[in-house]
Design a protein around this ligand. Structure first.
Ligand code: URP
Ligand code: ZN
Ligand code: ZN
Length: 471
């Protein structure tokens, strides 16, 4: 049956107005004032906000790392995302020695259990003539974004000349290159020195990954993008100087865009100094309160285009099971590095926290407007990665991925609400005002208040279109 969402305050990336949305099948069929349609299910959204479903451009589900695996798979992670108002995620396909299309095929099989829609980026962590020749095949597979790394020597890192080649291939095919910006050479040396000196605590994870490495890598890659005349997207920006370099390059016409994540807005190296500091250990690391401030300003003034999460959760203590959907489960996690920060699996939970936390501490706190919130968390990721207007919009013809948001709901957030499959939450005890009330995926109700009414396998692979605009 068709669905009419009536009298809500509709918030898009550019407008706020009171109106109705008619959903027929999986699509939005009209948006307007006082729509009257007989024989439809009506939801009264008066007093509520109506938003396009969130799009998280950066998650790592079921990712093998450091002798374990990220603890959310494509079902548990997407269910957690849905509870937080996110209806599409972009995951990463790892490259091995098989053809790239075979890597995509293997990832597609793992992702089939997703409960919300999903797309993917391809990691390019080894480049030779054969791989270079295979990259264009990805477009046919619906993958138009390539992540490269200036860190993780001997494992994921490409050299500058290789990054330049990737940028050029991407430009020719209407694809986009994404950059993990750190200096792998400096990190390797500092980590080895720290361990020899007996510095093994999580704080040393940040101290051996200097901010300057991120800053110079952003400028270096922006310069490569300028010379390749190609678009570039800097992932998980975490340092004030990165924002400065992004601005510098953008002001000179380089098509470079940036993403930050909530953890880099709220936390600092101080959190790594806590006795449970490994909970905050991810790469790149948390920096300083001054960096937090500059990132907020970069979001507000349009220097940074998106907010992702880099969701890559691990248990804090993977020797102690939790109960997940009635089953006891423990997955080795941060305890693997209890005597050596370099052995702690890098990453943290966040896909479900993103919208609720950013609403209270971003919008209500006055850092960004409600329209910027929608742009940064939904519309811009959709545009940059070739999913718009099917995703990230409330336009007629778009997928009916809709969040009815209760702006008055108050709760004390934490593991009791977040549905990630892990044993901790970074925002434990934070007071929230505003929370998803109902979440629809292509017209299907999947979250109803605190109730899960979605299911594994409901998610669909959404091919990214080449030739997406640089924002
Ligand atoms: O610590 C993190 N972020 N793990 C995920 C891998 C990455 O580089 O994004
Ligand atoms: Zn990264
Ligand atoms: Zn990542």
């Amino acid at each position: 049956m068709a669905l009419l969402i009536k009298s809500g305050t509709i918030i898009t990336a550019s407008e706020t107005f009171t109106g109705d949305i008619l959903v027929e099948g999986e699509k939005i069929s009209s948006v307007g004032a006082n729509l009257h349609v007989d024989g439809v299910e009506v939801i009264d959204a008066a007093g509520k906000l109506v938003l396009p479903g969130g799009i998280d451009p950066h998650v790592h589900l079921d990712l093998p790392m450091a002798g374990t695996v990220s603890s959310d798979d494509h079902y548990t992670g997407t269910k957690a995302a849905a509870f937080g108002g996110t209806t599409t995620v972009l995951d990463f396909v790892s490259q091995d020695t098989s053809p790239l299309t075979a890597n995509v095929g293997a990832w597609r099989l793992k992702a089939e259990k997703a409960a919300i829609d999903y797309a993917a980026h391809m990691n390019i962590t080894r480049l030779d003539q054969k791989v270079a020749g295979e990259i264009p095949d990805l477009v046919e597979e619906g993958i138009t974004s390539l992540k490269v790394f200036t860190a993780y020597n001997g494992r994921l890192r490409l050299q500058d000349g290789e990054i330049f080649r990737v940028l050029r291939i991407a430009r020719e095919r209407g694809m986009i290159t994404m950059l993990h910006a750190e200096n792998g050479d400096v990190i390797d040396l500092l980590v080895a020195e720290a361990l020899v000196s007996g510095h093994t605590t999580p704080e040393w994870h940040a101290r051996t990954r200097p901010a300057w490495g991120a800053v110079e890598a952003v400028l270096r890659a922006s310069a490569l993008a300028a010379q390749a005349e190609a678009p570039l997207y800097i992932v998980h920006m975490n340092v004030a100087g990165e924002v400065d370099q992004l601005r510098y390059a953008r002001e000179r016409g380089v098509k470079v865009m940036g993403e930050t994540c909530p953890q880099y807005l709220f936390f600092s190296i101080e959190h790594l100094r806590r006795s449970d500091g490994a909970k905050w250990l991810c790469s790149p690391p948390m920096r300083t309160p001054e960096d937090n401030d500059r990132l907020w300003k970069g979001l507000a003034d349009g220097t940074i285009q998106t907010i992702g999460t880099d969701h890559c959760p691990f248990f804090f203590d993977g020797t102690k099971p939790i109960t997940y959907e009635g089953t006891s489960i423990a997955i080795p996690g941060k305890e693997l590095g209890k005597d050596d920060f370099s052995k702690v699996p890098n990453g943290l939970p966040g896909v479900g926290d993103r919208l609720p936390v950013m609403w209270t501490y971003g919008v209500r706190a006055g850092h960004i407007t409600p329209n910027q919130f929608v742009a940064l968390t939904s519309t811009n990721p959709a545009k940059i990665f070739g999913l718009y207007p099917r995703k990230g919009s409330l336009l007629p013809g778009a997928d009916a991925d809709i969040v009815i948001w209760d702006p008055e709901r108050r709760l004390t957030y934490g593991i009791a609400y977040a549905k990630h499959r892990t044993d901790y939450n970074l925002y434990e005890g934070w007071e929230l005002v505003g929370y998803p009330d109902k979440v629809f995926l292509r017209g299907n109700l999947i979250v109803d208040g605190d109730r899960w009414v979605g299911r594994s396998g409901m998610g669909r692979f959404i091919p990214c279109q080449p030739g997406a605009p640089a924002l």
